[in-house]
Design a protein around this ligand. Structure first.
Ligand SMILES: C[S@@+](CC[C@H](N)C(=O)[O-])C[C@H]1O[C@@H](n2cnc3c(N)ncnc32)[C@H](O)[C@@H]1O
Length: 284
């Protein structure tokens, strides 16, 4: 790997560097929450900016912000629509399905499914950016409750958030989980064990035959391929995976992405790379 004054530099931080990275990330999340409470808008002299361009994106469509745009390359070939693929995959759960978006309010995403396909859906977001900023909030909340879509405000990296989610799920698992934070990946530490821990939590929340879509920082690319290869080699027939490597560190369709289906006989815990393999890759 690259060297600094002749010393090998690890791809991922360890020891104090790792602790500092995670602490700095927590601070970043505090700042983001403050910004979100203002609707993710901020002013610089006389100009007003929107911190995130995508805040409640549609499931399908040709627009830049659609979830389809991000996950098209991880859908099975020929599947040109997130709705069609997910509804077909979960057809036996029609009317009973449960869905979760991590890192977004999920209102428009779940609106994109056939009415009543999902019995319940949940958006888990740092802040509900619509709250208190427009009359639209009252309208949207009414639409959400008509579809039994609830929003949990919380940090997806905090245990409290998962406690609130458990209360909401009342012991049930989810059939469909999606995370597409796009620029929100700015507050995801580039640290494989940390990211692996949360993907493992999502995997545990996923019901058998369920499907998980996730976007991850491209910094994880050196591990993404070996991980996908391991799952394909060791869990063929019980886990189905597809991945697409991104090109840019943060962004809608520039980050990396994967799809994972939990089939009958799938392991209880998400198989991750052996720590020795992670260390070896990390050393380059
Ligand atoms: C660019 S927006 C994307 C929103 C939505 N997923 C979409 O694609 O339209 C980034 C989102 O990430 C959420 N976010 C960022 N960090 C988060 C965290 N630690 N926990 C929960 N949500 C987070 C923000 O609240 C925001 O909704």
């Amino acid at each position: 790997m690259s060297t600094i004054e002749g010393l090998p530099r690890e791809v991922f931080p360890s020891g104090k560097e790792r602790r500092d990275l995670l602490a700095a990330n927590e601070e970043k999340i505090v700042e983001l929450r403050k910004l979100g409470e203002k609707g993710f808008r901020f002013k610089e002299s006389d100009k007003e900016y929107l911190h995130y361009g995508w805040l409640d994106s549609p499931l399908d469509g040709t627009g830049n912000g659609s979830f389809l745009k991000t996950f098209r390359d991880v859908l099975p070939s020929g599947a040109g629509s997130m709705r069609k693929y997910i509804e077909q995959t979960l057809r036996e759960r029609k009317g009973d399905a449960i869905g979760i978006e991590f890192g977004g309010i999920g209102s428009r995403a779940f609106e994109g499914f056939t009415e009543n396909f999902f019995k319940k859906s949940i958006g888990v977001t740092l802040v509900d950016h619509d709250k208190g900023v427009s009359d639209f909030y009252a309208y949207r909340t009414k639409e959400d409750s008509g579809r039994n879509h609830n929003i949990i405000e919380g940090d997806i990296f905090s245990e409290d958030t998962y406690a609130a989610l458990e209360t909401e799920l009342r012991g049930q698992q989810a059939d469909f989980i999606i995370e597409r934070m796009a620029k929100g990946l700015e507050a995801v530490p580039r640290e494989p064990y940390f990211i692996g821990k949360f993907i493992s939590i999502w995997y545990r929340l996923l019901r058998e035959n369920g499907v998980l879509f996730a976007q991850v920082p491209v910094a994880l690319n050196p591990l993404l391929h070996p991980w996908i290869d391991k799952i394909r080699a060791d869990y063929s027939g019980v886990l189905e995976v597809a991945s697409a490597e991104g090109r840019g560190d943060i962004g809608g369709d520039t980050a990396s992405a994967f799809r994972l289906r939990k089939l009958p006989g799938a392991p209880k815990e998400l198989p991750l790379l052996d720590p020795r393999a992670v260390r070896a890759i990390s050393r380059g």
